[in-house]
Write a protein of this length. Structure first.
Length: 178
């Protein structure tokens, strides 16, 4: 059964999370790949000695963070709005529905994302075109993530830990007033 939500769209009932929109996911994944590609290039080209650290952050984000966050999400095992990562997380790890996001998850996610985003900025500081290119790619990716993933999470999630501890959830709920 569908109901009308505050935005005027035809939305599913409360507690029913609709499938991720394929076109939005293509755009989101494309912006993520673009940002990571430009960032990896900046680090490898300008500060190649930093590349192992940047790659370690990338591996950490795709593994440890998915264990500490995705396995605890109500969309675990589904092609979710967060880059479809609920499915690969379910292939790697067992669900942990009785656990919530904790300090380890926040530190792992924040630390790995900080390295992935700030090392390219630091590497490209003396290369204005490369710096602007990376910052533009980063801005588009972050805007897409907040407007696609986080907005839908705010709209459909029933996990109380997201509302209580996720900084992106809080930001999206302020931006979109949902």
């Amino acid at each position: 059964m569908n109901t009308t939500c505050g935005c005027g769209c035809d939305a599913p009932e409360a507690g029913v999370w609709p499938e991720a929109d394929k076109m939005q996911m293509r755009f989101l994944i494309g912006t993520g790949i673009g940002m990571l590609g430009i960032g990896g290039y900046a680090v490898a080209k300008v500060k190649p000695r930093w590349l192992p650290l940047w790659l370690a952050a990338l591996v950490t984000w795709f593994t440890v963070c998915k264990y500490l966050i995705c396995t605890r999400c109500e969309n675990y095992g589904k092609a979710c709005d967060f880059y479809y990562l609920g499915v690969p997380a379910s292939m790697m790890f067992e669900p942990q529905p009785d656990r919530t996001l904790d300090t380890a998850g926040i530190v792992a996610e924040g630390g790995s994302v900080a390295v992935l985003q700030f090392l390219p900025v630091l590497a490209a500081l003396r290369r204005p075109r490369l710096l602007l290119l990376f910052l533009a790619a980063l801005a588009v990716n972050q805007a897409a993530q907040i407007s696609i993933c986080c907005r839908r999470c705010v709209r459909y999630s029933t996990d109380p830990w997201k509302r209580d501890t996720c900084p992106s959830y809080k930001l999206a709920s302020r931006i979109y007033g949902e």
